[in-house]
Design a protein around this ligand. Sequence first.
Ligand SMILES: Cc1cc2nc3c(=O)[nH]c(=O)nc-3n(C[C@H](O)[C@H](O)[C@H](O)COP(=O)(O)O)c2cc1C
Length: 265
Amino acid sequence: MHKHPSSTSTIETLLSHSSCRSFVDEPITEEIRDLLFTAAQSAPTKSNLQQYSFIEITDSNIRDQLISFFPEMKWAITAPLLIFVLGDLHRNQTICEWANRTYNAHHQDAFLNASVDAALATQSLIMAAESIGLGACAISKIREKIEQVSDLLELPKSVFPVCALAIGYPKLRPGSTSPRLPLDAIRHINKYRKPSRELIKHYDAQFNASYGPPTPRYPEQFGSPKTASWSDNVSRQTSVCERNQLTAYLVKQGIIEKSKDEPAE
Ligand SMILES: Cc1cc2nc3c(=O)[nH]c(=O)nc-3n(C[C@H](O)[C@H](O)[C@H](O)COP(=O)(O)O)c2cc1C
């Protein structure tokens, strides 16, 4: 953990974050669950529209179904607390109907607002959890079968899964925080500065020195690199169009309109 002389416990929690992927079999009390969701709800939300929801999974049949969809994610699905984070335009749409107003916010702006609300609430929930000794990991893998997950959770139109959250008391003490890019790479002053190859190279070297090279992504497509690195993985992952079914799903859910540029089916 990086320490700063004036660091507060909040800043220490933020700086010592590390995703946790193995949990002891110890339940999380109802009181703590309430606390976590209440902390999440305190996050800022666009115009206080609060366009997100959480689904806490307590039904073992639903967990079993999820394991059948994602067998390799059993460690997450069986976590003491499993939550689905949803972007939720449905609640406010219903409120609009109650007021006899036509809902006209089906577009990318609403999608972005709901996604940001969901992300901020998620981060607050994770930080609240870590501040009391719990470990957590966000799981976007669940979007790889977004239709099946949606059906299983009976999501109405205008609701979409953002990620799941696996939470529990850590089995192992959380590892060291993964090194992030040098501040200069993400902090621009006044105007946007193009990425510096030197800084990225420096980060790759620093990452490998403290963590060892990462597992190369998509080796079946791109082979094995001489030296795996963070940036090599970035280019491998972003040259594959992952989850390309998302646009069709969002159109079907009524979240976004079909692009006028897209050919008709
Ligand atoms: C939206 C989101 C989705 C994620 N999905 C997954 C996932 O499907 N599987 C997983 O093992 N980790 C997942 N993670 C965790 C990231 O891999 C992790 O945050 C990142 O590697 C940085 O490591 P750290 O959180 O330990 O600092 C996700 C994180 C976020 C924010």
